[in-house]
Design a protein around this ligand. Sequence first.
Ligand code: HEM
Length: 323
Amino acid sequence: MRLFGFKRTFLAAALALGLAFAIAAPQAAMAQQTPADEAALLQQLKGGPVTGRVSIPDAKSGVLIQPQGRDWRQVSQGTVKSVGGWLLAITVIALAAFMAIRGRIKVEHGMSGRTIERFKGIERFAHWLTAICFVILGLSGLNVSFGRSLLLPIMSPEAFTAMSAFGKLAHNFLSFPFVLGVFLMAVLWIRHNIFNAIDMEWFRQGGGLLQKGVHPPAGKFNGGQKIIFWLVVLGALALAVSGYILMFPFYGTDIAGMQLAQLVHAIAGIVMVAVILAHIYIGSIGMEGAFDAMGSGQVDVNWAREHHSLWVKDVTARGAGDD
Ligand code: HEM
């Protein structure tokens, strides 16, 4: 297959990124092995915490050693980082392979030159508010998990510290507009995202993604988009609840609750980044004509007929421009 310049650049960048996460993953696992003397101490403690007495109102500061903390650290810094690193590496490599094999999904009948309104201003506002916040939240979150293994070796400690401190601030503050954006998308689109029999047929035909010339019928959103919608809504809920527990530590929760919140936040964050990488690919370079839907809000009629035939029929029946 002939590789044109842009595709080659994308494939090279994807492979480099995949490789970087694959390198970071085992490093994270190795860094977190419990030394033998610590393991012996844990055995003596028989799983219980070592506590003392404190005369200040904050009773939890009397806990000197909490053995569960070591288990949590091992899972959080070892398993989650290494499995998460591999998940991201595999996602990027799978997308690059999909692009190399399937190529860009074209509008089979060519652009008609006539357009139809796909998303109104408020829908695009909700989407881009969410997307911009998510990209910064995702990058600053990944820096917390992988920055020390991936970036610190290639930048000065001062620059890494400044970048991480700024990233942490951005991560805290952008959580609020992100939640607002997801809430708006949920309210605007929930009624179009209830699964039905048409989606089952869409899944049966692989969404037409795997073969040229296959266009299973779909309404405003197809089965794959409905999965993305629910993963975004439920993933954002998990991220928000766990994130605000972490942002306001020990309000209504104990140390075990904090540790659980950290694990939920890290797992939901990494899974969402993997899902959204695939979404960004198909919504931009992966499919001809798709970006316009969220760019100008107008899509070519032939694109709409091929990918959302039932929605086109519905809109035309009710008058153009309806949602
Ligand atoms: C940053 C790059 C992104 C691009 C280029 C992009 C592109 C698009 C496009 C073109 C659509 C419309 C698809 C259609 O007309 O059928 C769309 C829909 C959507 N986007 Fe994005 N998006 C991006 C980021 C995000 C992020 C970060 C999220 C959530 C965290 C998100 C969530 C959604 C959802 C839920 C939909 C509706 C369902 C779907 O089409 O999958 N997008 N996006």
